[in-house]
Design a protein around this ligand. Structure first.
Ligand SMILES: CC(=O)N[C@H]1[C@@H](OP(=O)(O)O)O[C@H](CO)[C@@H](O)[C@@H]1O
Ligand SMILES: [Mg+2]
Length: 556
């Protein structure tokens, strides 16, 4: 970075002083805070995005959203070249940039990092950053801050993609870097045509019990806007979108986070909807859960969560693979044993994990946070991952996809109309419909709908795959949550010493008891999760472990 470049950066940084007395941390979902204090942070993430683009010689994404949080909050996160989350190696740099006290300090940090990472300003492609934001009113001014941050790196280009869902922006970054068509129009086209393809491949005679209308709660967020666009061109699904944001407030009594945590109907739903197939998106449309309104229950719902979506996807894929493998057994030359794996966290309901294992699936647990699940899922030919809260997707390895392409061509000439060809085409369509960059509520919704039609299942039939074990989650405020250190995908506490043994003793008292504690990555609390064969037992176990946590770690 020459002197002129340094002075441009100093000048522009002086226009974005950081708020006093606030410490920012790039958590599991980037920086999040009350929108009014975020300008300097977003400006600095703009700088980081431009540097990341120069370093990787690829297009980078910058998304302004606070997802399911309050409308007055906002946040910012980075999408790496493949559309995945920012490399964990750069997170400490993001933290130090966000917390730098003044322009000189900021410049010094940048110069040190540029040297350490050997970022070359001359001779390369120059930086390009795609910008997206959700529907929050603060998004526009924060977008301007991001642009100024990007442009303070001489030669860096900011491309505004407008109001988009988080997964759309990740998809666009991935597609751009792969040299594919990457506009919003292309995203819709791919989604609609692959959904159509799956419907065209439905076996004759599948029941049509779920062809009746379904309803989507769009959390008064960006997902609603996009669904209304899709609705104009999609055939084969009759759906109504509620909470589109025209009237209600973003995430206020609506959306996937609310529905999953509170287990009650979102605003705009009532007993008139009893038994209907309903889905909820979150504020930036990267989470999806389904539910039905229970009769005579004053707003209670039956929740069909991320674990059940995962189970549905995994079953469908396994079915297609076994059709293809039947062909392998008949000694087809070009055989391939695809390694299918399922990735969950400790929050996955124990009944789901048992069910998946009994279905013959390989299940792996990772710590909480999609970056961990995503990374693990990428180890498989087909890796399906979901958090219980509804964030997840399916990853297909490029090896498997290349094999599948060849196989489709072969079968197309030698076995037209065969079950094998159909299974191969279905897998190919799934890989196009489902977002390969990140969990995506829109593409997830259309895949669920296509599979339910394929199976001829109602939401009730789907929900009956297994019965969730009753569970309870609690939060405990402690003096220092980082004192809790866990191992084995957060299922065991290794420090403070003695607490795990005490949890084990309590857990052993309850049939099918399971319990763990971990420090939250997004809130200043320790989370307690407990499940058992009965609700009262899960509640008791959770509250006794919460007490224990309080005793060991001291409350405020
Ligand atoms: C129990 C739970 O739902 N935890 C959520 C929550 O993380 P915590 O680290 O538990 O605060 O926010 C994460 C980011 O959205 C999400 O990935 C995760 O699943
Ligand atoms: Mg979200």
């Amino acid at each position: 970075m020459n002197h002129q470049q340094q002075s441009i950066l100093l000048d522009s940084a002086a226009r974005f002083p950081p708020p006093q007395g606030v410490k920012f941390s790039y958590g599991t979902s980037g920086f999040r805070a009350e929108a009014s204090i975020l300008e300097s942070t977003v400006y600095r993430v703009g700088i980081l995005a431009a540097l990341r683009s120069i370093k990787t010689q690829a297009v980078i994404g910058l998304m302004i959203t606070a997802s399911h949080n309050h409308v007055s909050d906002n946040g910012v996160k980075i999408a790496d070249p493949g559309g995945e989350m920012l490399s964990q190696q750069w997170e400490p740099f993001a933290d130090s940039l966000a917390n730098a006290s003044d322009p000189e300090h900021l410049l010094q940090l940048i110069l040190e990092f540029v040297k350490k990472e050997n970022i070359q300003f001359e001779g390369g492609k120059g930086a390009e950053v795609l910008l997206g934001r959700d529907t929050r009113p603060s998004g526009e001014s924060l977008l301007e801050a991001a642009k100024q941050g990007i442009r303070s790196i001489v030669g860096a280009v900011a491309v505004d993609m407008g109001v988009v869902t988080t997964p759309q922006l990740h998809w666009m970054v991935r597609a751009t870097n792969k040299g594919e068509k990457a506009s919003e129009h292309d995203y819709f086209d791919q989604l609609i045509s692959s959904f159509r393809c799956l419907l065209d491949l439905i076996p004759q005679g599948a029941q049509s019990s779920n062809k009746e209308k379904m309803i989507v709660d769009a959390a008064n967020g960006v997902g609603g806007l996009k669904l209304e666009v899709i609705k104009k061109s999609i055939h084969g699904l009759n759906f109504e979108v509620r909470n589109t944001g025209k009237e209600g407030v973003l995430n206020d009594g609506v959306g996937a986070d609310f529905v999953q945590k509170e287990k009650v109907t979102p605003y705009g739903f009532s007993t008139a909807d009893v038994g209907m197939r309903c889905a909820s998106l979150d504020g930036d449309a990267d989470r999806l859960v389904y539910f039905t309104v229970l009769p005579n229950s004053s707003g209670k719902i039956e929740l069909v969560d991320g674990d059940k979506i995962l189970s549905l996807f995994a079953l469908f894929i396994k079915e297609q693979l076994s059709i293809l493998e039947e062909a392998n057994n008949k000694k087809v030359n070009n055989s391939y044993e695809a390694h299918l794996g399922v990735v969950q966290t400790a929050y996955a309901n124990g009944a789901s994990t048992d069910y998946l294992k009994q279905a013959g699936l390989e299940v792996v647990l990772t710590p909480t946070g999609v970056k961990y699940l995503h990374e693990k899922a990428a180890d498989f030919d087909i890796g399906v991952y979901f958090e219980a809260n509804g964030h997840g997707t399916i990853l297909f390895s490029s090896n498997f996809l290349s094999w599948l392409d060849v196989r489709v061509n072969e079968l197309g000439s030698t076995a037209k109309g065969s079950e094998q060809l159909k299974a191969a085409l279905r897998l190919l369509a799934v890989s196009k419909l489902i977002n390969q960059a990140v969990g995506d509520a829109l593409s997830g919704l259309f895949l669920v709908e296509a599979i339910l039609q394929h199976m001829g299942w109602s939401i009730h039939k789907w929900n009956e795959l297994y019965n969730d074990l009753p569970s309870r989650q609690l939060k405990v405020k402690v003096v220092d949550r980082t004192a809790v250190v866990t191992a084995n995908a957060e299922t065991e506490v290794v420090s403070p010493p003695g607490i795990q043994e005490a949890i084990n003793v309590l857990t052993a008292k309850y049939p099918r008891g399971r319990c763990f504690i971990r420090p939250s990555g997004t809130e200043d609390v320790v989370r307690v999760y407990a499940e058992a064969s009965r609700q009262q037992a899960a509640d008791d176990l959770a509250s006794s472990v919460a007490k224990l946590t309080d005793q060991f770690l001291g409350s405020h």
